[in-house]
Design a protein around this ligand. Structure first.
Ligand code: AN7
Length: 353
């Protein structure tokens, strides 16, 4: 049967109001890719798989929750949606709003949104507004404005975002026939970790698929859940998770506790090293924030805090590397230029022959 998107596929498992009018870009259904060369670098005796969420229609995991949030907003009669965003939510909201015939307004922190996300929001037709402040400031503003005007808020405070996002957990259980032992993922505003946990619990209650332990990973310069207090001026190269006051922070902490997992922080260096390892060992290019879950796993393994034997571990890679090409090109050595002569080519590729 033809694939019609997440609402169609999992309708009976998603708590959506009757007025919901499905708007889909055939999101979800992303591959769970074994990464054996990477796992061998990290340790022995375990299985590692990457759920590559960068293959969603707008290049990030946000599309799972946006199909549901926009579908509900459309059915309710909303004309305009709004969100604060570090970039991926903005692009996703803008795309789904256009597909639904709605207007979208996105607030982003000035100068801190990667090129592929900003250009997405613009091409999909959003009204893009930069805030002279952080994501957290922008989120406060959109919450207030959506209480004052008939504009639908589509940040992950919106419960329908979580409903759609749960499908990531369903897909993993469908593919593996069981939940993995561990799930590793980056944590920013903490919608994704909240949704995965809800999804695994729901599937386990219905089909006895089990529950993973959850490893949530923040960037060290933006790690409110590790520090135990909000971070006023969050900083990290992983701009997607440059968030100091996660809206669903309490739920993330509860998830760590309930799942017998934990939330940790990794440095920007660890994140960029893992981004490179994934690309150069496996051919998977993810944006920096998306490498954080695996960077956290590597961190725990090298600290001797992880017993790997017989474990099946799934890492969620949340966004595509093409979202943030500048992080690569700004740091690269410019490719060499040679004469258009065979001898010149032979001499520079000697070591690869
Ligand atoms: C690639 O787009 O918050 O913990 O405004 O883009 O559910 O917030 C993005 C977050 C991880 C963290 N990886 O997820 C936004 C935004 C990527 C992201 C996260 C984000 P949450």
């Amino acid at each position: 049967m033809a694939y019609k998107g997440l609402i169609d596929k999992y309708s009976s498992l998603l708590d959506l109001p009757a007025h919901t009018r499905p708007v889909s870009l055939l999101e979800g259904n992303t591959p769970l890719i074994p990464v054996d060369r990477l796992s061998q670098q990290l340790g022995e005796g375990f299985e590692l798989l990457v759920k590559f969420e960068g293959l969603n229609p707008t290049g990030s995991f946000k599309d799972r929750g946006m199909t549901t949030a926009i579908s509900e907003a459309l059915g309710r009669g909303s004309k305009t949606v709004i969100c604060a965003s570090t970039g991926n939510t903005a692009a996703s909201a803008a795309a789904y709003a256009s597909r639904a015939g709605l207007k979208s307004i996105v607030l982003i922190p000035q100068g801190k949104v990667a090129t592929g996300k900003l250009s997405g929001a613009i091409v999909y037709g959003a009204q893009v507004i930069q805030i002279d402040g952080s994501f957290d400031d922008a989120l406060t503003m959109v919450v207030e404005i959506s209480e004052k005007y008939p504009i639908c808020l589509v940040n992950s405070i919106n419960p329908y975002r979580i409903e759609g996002q749960k499908t990531g957990a369903f897909e993993i259980c469908d593919t593996l026939d069981h939940a993995p032992d561990w799930l590793c993922l980056p944590v920013g505003n903490a919608g994704n970790i909240t949704a995965y946990w809800a999804g695994f619990k729901q599937y386990d209650a219905l089909y006895a698929t089990g529950r993973p332990q959850i490893l949530g990973v923040q960037a060290a310069g933006s790690a409110p859940l590790v520090l135990g207090h909000p971070v006023e001026n969050p900083e990290t190269v992983a701009t997607a998770i440059r968030i100091g006051k996660p809206a669903r922070g309490d739920e993330a902490l509860e998830t760590a506790l309930e799942s017998n997992g934990r939330i940790i922080a990794v440095s920007d260096d660890e994140i960029l090293t893992m981004q490179k390892m994934l690309a150069q060992l496996e051919g998977l290019w993810v944006e920096p924030a998306s490498a954080a879950g695996l960077a956290g796993l590597a961190h725990e393994i090298s600290a001797g805090k992880f017993s790997l034997k017989g474990q099946r571990i799934v890492a969620i890679c949340t966004g595509h590397g093409l979202k943030d090409p500048d992080i690569i090109t700004n740091a690269m050595v410019k490719p060499q230029i040679i004469a258009a002569k065979l001898e010149a080519l032979e001499s520079v590729i000697q070591s690869s022959l």
